[in-house]
Design a protein around this ligand. Structure first.
Ligand SMILES: [Zn+2]
Length: 305
């Protein structure tokens, strides 16, 4: 097992994209929330690595979601969570705003296989994928109904997905120390400690969070759906009981939130970003210095100029 000094991990560029959103009652996601429908963005992180080039963490929604939920029983998915994906929020358009095309993405890290996180995998023809074994096994072995009950749509996977997939568990393992020791160990995605994958049990059969250090030297933990809002880990406010069947393991889910709670107290400078928490995403963006010119001139290593 490796020993990585998290305080010295290399910096990467980090851009947050909202690739579509869905609407449902806030009360499902948080006890005591309002009954009215709220908008939940689908977060995608564009990680700009100085040597490996642009890397995606999740894909958000895509027109493939529309296609995959046209027939029954999959159509129930879009009824339960009505989805919005305006043209200017599509992955392709937002990548272009950073001077990139879909083909420039050579690596996509998959937090878990719920449809709102992977609907755009087919949009990435040149990407390799990294995901956790348990989650992939679930989507790969589920039939239509069982997959749907788990929020998974197998049709969203590219036909050659298996050949392009690496399990996070097969990567170099590193012990986590200090405030991170509750999560035991991480997986060094690129071998330079710039991207550390961390297992976040409970929400799905194998959810993967990602820890990076941004260009402003802040550690950012992309914690996917381990909680649906920052209030969950700050105030230990759990979802309504109605959300319980949506979780792979309720006890593990709550325990992961408790671990995030302690982590946030012991490392108050750490930025923890749940994928559907608009206020956390906006707060991070508002704290960033404006560097528009730099992002538009980012070059893909090996690409023709
Ligand atoms: Zn999810």
């Amino acid at each position: 097992m490796l020993n990585v000094d998290l305080a010295k991990s290399p910096r990467v560029g980090l851009k947050l994209l909202r690739v579509g959103s869905c609407r449902h009652s806030e009360r499902i996601t948080m006890r005591g929330g309002t009954l009215a429908a709220a908008t939940f963005p689908a977060l995608v992180a564009l990680i700009l690595h100085p040597k490996e080039g642009p890397i995606l963490w999740d894909t958000g929604y895509s027109p493939y979601f529309d296609q995959a939920t046209r027939a029954f029983p999959e159509r129930l998915y879009r009824w339960v969570t009505p989805v919005s994906l305006p043209h200017d929020q599509t992955l392709e358009v937002q990548l272009r705003q950073h001077g990139l095309s879909r083909r420039d993405i050579r690596l996509c890290l998959i937090s878990h296989f719920h449809a709102d996180h992977i609907a755009g995998l087919r949009d990435l023809p040149a990407a390799r994928f990294v995901a956790m074994r348990g989650d992939y096994q679930q989507i790969a072995t589920s039939g239509r109904w069982r997959g749907l009950l788990h929020g998974q749509l197998k049709e969203l996977l590219p036909p050659d997905f298996d050949a392009r997939l690496t399990f996070a568990e097969s990567l170099a393992t590193t012990a986590l120390r200090g405030p991170w020791s509750r999560f035991s160990h991480g997986f060094d995605v690129l071998g330079d400690a710039s991207i550390l994958a961390v297992h976040l049990p409970g929400h799905s059969a194998g959810q993967m969070g990602v820890l990076v250090r941004d260009e402003n030297d802040r550690q950012v933990f992309l914690c996917a759906d381990s909680c649906w809002s920052a209030r969950a880990f700050r105030e230990l406010r759990f979802p309504a009981l109605a959300a319980r069947p949506l979780m792979h393991d309720w006890a593990d889910y709550k325990n992961t939130i408790v671990n995030l709670h302690h982590l946030s107290l012991e490392d108050p400078h750490l930025v923890i970003l749940p994928s559907h928490c608009e206020s956390s995403i906006a707060a991070y963006e508002n704290s960033m210095p404006r560097v528009e010119v730099e992002t538009r001139t980012f070059k893909v290593p090996g690409a023709a100029t």
